[in-house]
Write a protein that binds this ligand. Sequence first.
Ligand SMILES: N=CN[C@@H](CCC(=O)O)C(=O)O
Ligand SMILES: [Zn+2]
Length: 387
Amino acid sequence: MSTLFTNIGELWVFDVEAGVSVLREAALVADGGRVAWYGPRAEAPDADERVDLGGRAVLPGWVDSHTHLVFDGDRSREFEARMAGRPYEAGGIAVTTDATRAATDDRLRRLVAGRVREAQRGGTTTIETKTGYGLSVDEEARHARIAAELVDEVTFLGAHLVPAGWDADAYVDLVTGEMLDAVRPHVTWLDVFCEEGAFTVEQSRRVLEAGRRAGLGLRVHGNQLGHSGGVALAVDLGAASVDHVNHLSDDDVEALAASATVATILPACDLSTRAPFAPARRLLDAGAVVAIASNCNPGTSYTSSMNFCVGTAVLQQHLTLEEAIRAATLGGAMALRRTDVGSLRVGARADLHVLDAPAAIHLAYRPGMPLTHRVWRAGEPLTEGTA
Ligand SMILES: N=CN[C@@H](CCC(=O)O)C(=O)O
Ligand SMILES: [Zn+2]
C-alpha cells in the first residue's frame, strides 16, 4: 500500500547523502512503511492513496533520545520550592523511587503508555527511556521489562543514585553484577549519572565497563551540575552520547568535536532547573554533533514536548532553525546509533510530523502553540486530524 503526501509547504528531509535539507512545494511517497520517493510536488508519481497536506510543513518525526518515563508520584512541591530559590539536588530521585516501587505493574504500564501517547501527540515517533527509579534488582528488572513493552529503546540506569543505607562501592558491585544480569534481557543501553551526589568518575567507569562487557551501548549523564568529568569519560569509552553538558571546559568541547560521542542538550531541563543553558552554539561551532532531547522526568523536566525544546534551542541557545530541527531528528538518531529514523531520505522509516503551519520556523515564532497537526509512523497514522 503506497501513499502520496502532497501539497507540502516545506519538507525537511535531511538527506545527508544527497545534501538536501529542506524542499519547498514538495511531495513524498511512502510505501511499505518506508520513504519511497520525495521531490517537487509537480513531479510526484502516482500512489494507491493521496493525502493533501494543505501547504503545511512536514518534518521527520522527533527522535527523543533521553527520557525517564517509568515513574509514579508527584514532585510538584519540589519544583515549586526550586522556583522560590532552592537549588536542584540529585537526592530528589529517592522520592520518585519510593512512589514508583509502590506502583503495580498495571499502573506503571498505564502511566508509561500514557506518556508515550502524549509524546506522540507532540510529533515524537522514536523514543528512548531509562530505568533508574527502581534501584534494586527486582525493581530495576520490572521497570526495564515494562519499558521494553512500550518504547523503542530502553536504557538501564541502575546507577542513578546510591539508595539510602548503601555504601556507594557496594551498590556499584550490585549494579555491575546481579542487577545488570537481571535487566539485560530487556535493555540495549546502559547509562550512569556521573555527578557529585551521584557517582564519581571511577565508579561511573566501573559501571560503564560492565555495561560494555555485557554488550550494551553506553550513554552518560555528564557535566550537568558541575565539571563532573562525565564528558571526558564518555568520550574515552566511546559512549554514543553524553547528556546535559551544561558545564564544559575547552578540553571537553574539543574532545567532543573530535569524537563520535553525541552531545545531547536538554533545553527544557535547563529551564526547569534554572541551570545555565548547555553551550550548544559553542559545541556546534567547534564541530561536535548535537542532539536535542526532552529528558522528560518528574524531577528536572516534566515535559515531553520536543516542539518546546526545539523552539527554546532557537530562541535561547542561538541555534539556527535548521540546526535545532536537525539536532532533534537526525541528532537524536545518531545519539541512539539508528540510521532508519531521523530523516526522510529514501529508505528511511516513513515517520512524518505535519505542523499546523506553512513553515517550521513557527516552532520558535509561535512558542507554546499546539503546532503538531498530524503524525504518521512507518506510514501509518498515529494521530487523527482534519484535512
Ligand atoms: N540527572 C539525573 N537524572 C534526571 C533527573 C532525575 C530526577 O531528579 O528525578 C535528569 O536527567 O535530569
Ligand atoms: Zn536524564
